[in-house]
Design a protein around this ligand. Structure first.
Ligand SMILES: Cc1cc2nc3c(=O)[nH]c(=O)nc-3n(C[C@H](O)[C@H](O)[C@H](O)COP(=O)(O)O)c2cc1C
Length: 349
């Protein structure tokens, strides 16, 4: 199926596997790329060296195009952009709005720039700065998320910008892809659905928690880092929600110390990253620390399998997903179903 997204990214299918911290590593990304969709490496939770090695590993495993997700506000964003350019990466994806300078540098080097946004005005801003396309995530989506549902946000953004729009938040099957195309999108981007594949390196016991979840087990909380964050309900989330400020600050400090060691970041960089996450919101210092500390909480669950100590970011779709196909099976199934749905629509009376 050819769309503006497949042409821009050079992929066979209008499907994106998004950059999920600790989840979207070389194995998942190359499996997605080999399945003909656009896989995006999550680099915000990698050191520079890990990013360099991961890009090389994906290139070893596939000749197909892929992307890298990064944070424009991270202290070493410039170095990461260099790695993307030198590594011949096709797409740069941004969690928060990139600067016009970064967009210009990437585009001059032939990299396609596709920021993720959660509001119409952000889409308009990055389009004016020269972004090639935009991923728009509705409130159903996993991780940091907004309040407006995809069914409202998507047509609003499609009408507001002239660049291709990729729909995210709540997609998992071929019906969703056709619905997104009907809204005027150029494809769909999925996080939770790709986390729940046999190619994702998330521990089996953690995947089992997602598969067992019902839609009502997926909640939005500010208790982790002060920002609305969609994740599975767990004892930890309940404890954070009911614990006082002092306790959560202590908890944040302990976690932040661990992440600092792992990531090689200085305290100053961590605080800068935490401040950037405030994103124009009024957060207290303890919330800033909590924000800086979120990657560590995600890591505990996604890498170490400690669902008691970590958070499990998740879209609402976890409640309707009950299998673990390979990326190849998943992409083939979605495209087949999309073709059937389109056929049914054109022959329906
Ligand atoms: C476990 C997990 C980790 C995520 N980490 C990131 C991240 O590091 N950067 C980012 O831009 N988005 C991140 N997200 C959001 C996804 O990239 C994507 O926009 C979202 O999952 C789409 O909604 P869906 O889960 O309904 O498909 C994460 C989502 C999940 C579920």
């Amino acid at each position: 199926m050819e769309t503006a997204l497949t042409r821009l990214a050079g992929v066979r299918h209008p499907i994106v596997q998004t950059g999920m911290g600790w989840v979207a590593g070389p194995r998942l990304v190359s499996a997605t790329a080999n399945a003909g969709a656009l896989g995006i490496l999550a680099s915000a939770t990698m050191t520079l060296d890990q990013l360099r090695t991961s890009i090389a590993e994906v290139r070893c495993r596939t000749d197909a195009p892929f992307g890298v997700n990064l944070r424009a506000d991270s202290a070493d964003a410039g170095d990461r952009v260099r790695l993307i350019i030198d590594g011949g990466v096709r797409v740069a994806s941004f969690a928060l709005a990139p600067s016009p300078e970064l967009i210009a540098e990437l585009k001059a080097a032939g990299v396609v720039v596709i920021p993720s946004v959660g509001a119409r005005r952000h889409a308009e801003k990055v389009a004016a700065w020269g972004a090639d396309a935009v991923i728009v995530q509705g409130g159903e989506g996993g991780g940091h998320t907004g309040e407006v549902a995809t069914s409202v946000l998507l047509p609003q953004v499609v009408d507001a910008v002239r660049i291709p729009v990729v729909a995210a938040g709540g997609f998992f099957d071929g019906r969703g892809l056709v619905a997104a195309l009907a809204y005027g999108a150029a494809g769909v981007a999925m996080g939770t659905r790709f986390l729940l594949t046999s190619d994702s390196a998330v521990p089996d016991a953690v995947k089992a928690r997602y598969l067992a979840a019902a839609v009502k087990d997926v909640t939005v909380t500010r208790a982790v880092d002060g920002l609305p964050h969609r994740m599975l309900r767990s004892d930890l989330v309940a404890a954070l929600e009911s614990s006082g400020r002092a306790r959560s600050l202590l908890h944040a400090l302990r976690r932040a110390a661990g992440f600092r060691k792992l990531s090689g970041l200085t305290w100053r960089q961590m605080v800068q990253d935490g401040l950037a996450l405030r994103h124009g919101k009024e957060l207290s210092w303890s919330q800033v620390l909590l924000a800086a500390n979120t990657p560590m909480l995600l890591r505990s669950a996604m890498v170490d399998g400690r669902t008691d100590l970590g958070v499990m970011a998740s879209g609402q779709v976890a409640g309707v997903i009950d299998d673990l196909p390979s990326c190849a099976e998943l992409v083939e199934r979605i495209m087949k179903e999309a073709a059937e749905v389109r056929e049914r629509l054109t022959t329906a009376r």
